[in-house]
Design a protein around this ligand. Sequence first.
Ligand SMILES: Nc1nc2c(ncn2[C@@H]2O[C@H](COP(=O)(O)OP(=O)(O)OP(=O)(O)O)[C@@H](O)[C@H]2O)c(=O)[nH]1
Ligand SMILES: C=C(OP(=O)(O)O)C(=O)O
Length: 215
Amino acid sequence: MYAPGVTVLVPLKPLAEAKSRLRGAAARHEDLVLDLARATVSAALAAEGVARVLVVTRDARAAAVLRACGAGVLADEGRDLNDALRRAAAAVAGGDAPPVGAGHLSRPAVAAGPVVALPADVPALRPTELSEALAAAAGRRAFVPDAAGVGTVLLVAAPGGALDPRFGPGSAGAHEHSGALRLAGAWPTLRRDVDTAADLAVVRGWGVLCEDVTA
Ligand SMILES: Nc1nc2c(ncn2[C@@H]2O[C@H](COP(=O)(O)OP(=O)(O)OP(=O)(O)O)[C@@H](O)[C@H]2O)c(=O)[nH]1
Ligand SMILES: C=C(OP(=O)(O)O)C(=O)O
């Protein structure tokens, strides 16, 4: 029997609609959004303690590409981000989600651990930082704030407990107010989500994602 591992839900809007604040930063906006998602999913899949990564999307191209990275895909039937995550968490709890190893990866873990949510825009993520944050949650509902301390880059449910996502403007405060534990690790790559051209410049400065010379 392998150790239980978490199920990482990665919500992703249709590529043409996602990351509107980055529009103009690359010649092909949809390719940029997909690059961000691919890097995020690959890092999550490589993290110790992760049993499976499930992308929650209605975008057929993203679904195909991210399946090829080793992720499973859940159809997004939500009316917004939090509704999509609640529905996905319910599908996982009900056993109605792609199993571990559904892609080409063979995972040394079983998906009996908690569900967590990770946005699809954390491309610099080091797998060790995600593993450390998961360990720091230590069975409690918890979250990791973004670099500014305002948004949320990781929400962890307690095992068997509700995810109760409160993503949106000021979500770090909303998650804290809802009783989730604020995790205080430095985790610079986990906390650097890419929302703006300035965020993109930071991760490119770290050697993550290539400069788009055709933009
Ligand atoms: N499945 C799903 N994912 C969503 C939805 N809304 C946002 N997301 C994803 O949630 C993550 C965090 O959202 P944001 O950082 O606000 O990203 P965004 O809405 O694409 O970006 P902006 O258009 O610039 O606000 C990103 O991976 C989004 O693609 C939704 O309704 N459904
Ligand atoms: C939806 C969120 O993303 P961002 O604030 O990065 O747009 C959030 O942090 O809750």
